[in-house]
Design a protein around this ligand. Structure first.
Ligand code: WTA
Length: 568
C-alpha cells in the first residue's frame, strides 16, 4: 500500500496540518529542521537505525552513520561553529564535494539557527564570488581541494571571516582566514542546545539563475519542512524499510529538500555516492546497497539509456520498487524504457528552487501518461495563465504560464537582498513560475518549455547573462550572445556567439581557450560547448542583442518578427 493511498481522496480532505500533526508541530512552536532530522528520529526509537551510507569514489571507501551518530556529529560541528563565532542568522556557505561533512555540516548550521548556503563545488571563483558577496556570507565550509578558489577572491569579500577546512592534514600551513576542523578528531558532543528557530526563521539559501542580472538567492525558512516531509512521504513514497538514493548534489535544491530534509525527517536510510555519472558505477551501487527508492534526473536516465541494456543485465536491480525524476522534461521514451528494463516507470516531478518542494507530480497508484508531469500536489491552487492578460485559461490543451497561489509551506520568502525581483514574479496575485505547459482533459500537465532565455542543461539552470558577462572578460571577445543548442543527452547545452576584438583571429585554438576560461571562471556546466565566430550580432535598433534570433537558428525554428532588427 502506498503512503498516499488515493490521490483523489487526498485532494478532498487535504490540509497541511496533516504534516504538522505527524511531526508533532503546533503553530507557534519552535521548529528546527536540524532537530527534526536527527534528535527527533532518535527520540522515536530509531537512534541505531542507519541514516547515511556514504561511498567515496573508490568503492571500498565506505562509511555508515546511524541517526544517533548524525545527532552527535551535528552537535559536535554546531558546537565548533558557535565557538568560532557564528550565530543565528549568519550565512554559512558549504562548498565541497559530497563528503559526509557536507550533510552533517548542513544540519549543524541549521541547528545553531544560521543560514545554510550550499554551493556546487564545481563552481569557479567568479561564480562563487557573486553568490558569497550577495549573501554577505560570514563563513565557508570547504575542503583543501576547493579552498584555493576561495583564497583567490578573499580580498573582495569583506564579510567573509572564516574558511573552515574540514580535511586539512596539517601538511601545509593554513592560509589567510583558514581554520582546520576535523569531525573525526573533535570531542563528541552529546548534549546541545539547539537554537529555537520558529516557522519563519531563515534556513536555506539556494542560488538560482535568471535571464538578466546576477544569480538570485532564494530564501527558505524552517517551516518548509512541512511540505518537504509530506511530499517525500506521498510522492517518493518513502517507507520505514526503504533504502533511498537521491542522486542530486546538495549544491542544488533537490539535494537538500529531498537529499537531506525530506528523507531524514521521515527517518529513512539514505545512500550517497561521491562520484560523477558512470552507468556501471551506478548500477553496482544499486545492487550493492539494495536500493529500493531512486530519485534522479532525466539527463542521467538518458545517459543510462545510451549506455545500453546489456550493462543492466550484469547487475541485480531487483531491490528497486519506486523511481522518480526531476529537473527537466522527462521524455516519454525514458519512461517507457525504464518500465521495460526495471519493470518500473520513472515518475516525473516538477518543481523549482523557488517552490522548495514538489508541485506537479505523478503519484504511486495514479495512472501515468508517459511524457506528462502529472497533477498538482494536494493543497496547491494551480492554473495556466494567458501570457498577455495573466488570467486563468479554461480551455484544455491550450498553452499557458504555470502559476500558483503562493500559499504552501516551502515557498520561498523572498530573493536575498532583492525584494524587487521577487515582486516581479507575481501577476494578478499569482506566482508565475516562468514555465509553459498545457493541461489535458483529465487534468494532466504537459510541459512545453521555459518562458525566458534561461538554459536548462542537464537539469542545471544557466543564465545567458552570466556567461555573456564572463565572456566579455576574455581579452579577445568584443561582444557575445549566449543561447542553448539541442543536445541528445543534456537536452540543451550552452552555445556562444562572439565577435572578436581587432587583432584577434578566429581559430579553433582560441575557441578552446575561451571555453576553458569560462569553465574555470564559472563552471563546467556554464562552459559553451561551441563557440561560433560572427561578424555582427543581431540587435534591436536600441542595441539589445536579440538572442531569440540566434536561438531560433540553433533549434531550426521560425524566427518570427524581426522588424526591429538592426543589421539584417
Ligand atoms: C525545470 C529544480 C520539465 C523548469 C528542482 C523549472 C522541469 C526549473 C521539471 C527549475 C520537470 C524542473 N519537467 N521541466 N519535471 N522539473 N524543471 O530551480 O524549467 O533548479 O522552472 O529546480 O527546471 O529548476 P531548479
Amino acid at each position: 500500500m502506498s503512503n498516499i493511498g488515493s490521490y483523489e481522496d487526498r485532494l478532498k480532505n487535504f490540509s497541511w496540518s496533516i504534516a504538522e500533526k505527524e511531526l508533532g508541530y503546533n503553530p507557534g512552536d519552535t521548529i528546527n529542521i536540524g532537530w527534526y532530522c536527527t534528535d527527533r528520529i532518535c527520540q522515536m526509537g530509531k537512534a541505531d537505525k542507519t541514516a547515511l551510507i556514504w561511498e567515496g569514489r573508490e568503492e571500498d571507501n565506505m562509511r555508515k552513520y546511524t541517526f544517533n551518530d548524525l545527532r552527535i556529529l551535528t552537535n559536535t560541528f554546531g558546537t565548533f561553529l558557535r565557538k568560532v563565532g557564528i550565530s543565528d542568522g549568519d550565512r554559512v556557505c558549504l562548498f565541497m564535494d559530497k563528503a559526509p561533512e557536507l550533510y552533517i555540516g548542513f544540519l549543524s548550521i541549521l541547528k545553531i539557527g544560521a543560514v545554510a548556503q550550499p554551493l556546487f563545488s564545481a563552481f569557479g571563483d567568479e561564480s562563487l564570488f557573486v553568490r558569497l558577496e550577495n549573501a554577505g556570507t560570514k563563513a565557508i565550509i570547504t575542503s583543501r581541494k576547493h579552498a584555493s578558489k576561495v583564497q583567490k577572491i578573499l580580498d573582495r569579500l569583506p564579510d567573509l571571516e572564516y574558511i573552515i577546512v574540514v580535511d586539512d592534514d596539517g601538511k601545509k600551513a593554513l592560509k589567510n582566514k583558514e581554520i582546520a576542523f576535523s569531525l573525526d578528531q573533535a570531542t563528541p558532543v552529546d548534549q546541545f542546545e539547539i537554537f529555537p528557530t520558529k516557522a519563519e526563521s531563515n534556513s536555506v539559501l539556494h542560488y538560482t539563475s535568471g535571464t538578466t542580472g546576477q544569480p538570485k538567492g532564494v530564501k527558505h525558512v524552517h517551516y518548509s519542512l512541512i511540505s518537504q516531509y509530506l511530499t517525500a512521504k506521498w510522492v517518493l513514497d518513502l517507507q520505514d524499510d526503504d533504502i533511498y538514493w537521491c542522486t542530486a548534489d546538495p549544491g542544488w535544491v533537490t539535494g537538500t529538500s529531498y537529499g537531506i530534509i525530506g528523507a531524514w525527517s521521515l527517518g529513512i536510510t539514505q545512500c550517497v555516492k561521491d562520484s560523477g555519472f558512470a552507468a556501471e558505477t551506478w548500477y553496482r551501487f544499486i545492487e550493492k546497497h539494495k536500493i529500493t527508492m531512486w530519485y534522479s534526473a532525466p539527463t542521467a536516465i538518458r545517459s543510462l539509456m545510451k549506455a545500453g541494456d546489456e550493462v543492466i543485465k550484469q547487475f541485480d536491480h531487483s531491490s528497486l520498487r519506486h523511481l522518480a525524476s526531476v529537473g527537466e522534461p522527462l521524455n516519454a521514451e525514458a519512461v517507457v524504457w525504464s518500465q521495460k528494463v526495471f519493470g518500473l516507470p520513472f515518475l516525473d516531478t516538477y518543481w523549482q528552487t523557488e517552490t522548495g518542494s514538489m508541485m506537479i507530480t505523478n503519484y504511486p497508484g495514479m495512472k501515468i501518461r508517459p511524457g506528462s508531469m502529472g497533477k498538482p500536489f494536494p493543497g496547491l491552487t494551480c492554473a495556466l495563465l494567458d501570457p498577455d492578460t495573466y488570467e486563468p485559461i479554461h480551455e484544455t490543451n491550450k498553452p499557458g504560464l504555470i502559476a500558483f497561489q503562493f500559499d504552501w509551506p516551502a515557498r520561498m520568502r523572498t530573493y536575498w537582498n532583492n525584494q524587487e525581483t521577487f515582486e516581479k514574479k507575481f501577476k494578478n496575485g499569482w506566482y508565475i513560475t516562468g514555465d509553459r505547459s498545457t493541461i489535458d482533459k483529465d487534468g494532466y500537465f504537459w510541459f512545453i518549455g521555459r518562458d525566458d532565455d534561461v538554459i536548462n542543461t542537464g537539469g542545471h539552470l544557466v543564465s545567458p547573462f552570466e556567461v555573456e558577462s564572463a565572456l566579455l572578460e576574455h581579452e579577445a571577445v568584443a561582444e557575445s550572445a549566449v543561447v542553448s543548442k539541442p543536445d541528445d543527452i543534456n537536452m540543451e547545452v550552452v552555445k556562444a556567439f562572439v565577435t572578436l576584438k581587432p587583432g584577434f583571429v578566429a581559430s579553433q585554438e582560441l575557441e578552446l581557450e575561451i571555453m576553458n576560461f569560462i569553465r574555470k571562471k564559472l563552471s563546467p556546466l556554464a562552459m559553451p560547448q561551441e563557440i561560433e565566430y560572427i561578424d555582427l550580432l543581431p540587435k534591436t535598433r536600441s542595441g539589445k542583442i536579440m538572442r531569440r534570433v540566434l536561438h531560433a537558428k540553433e533549434w531550426g525554428e521560425e524566427i518570427g518578427d524581426i522588424s526591429t532588427l538592426e543589421n539584417d
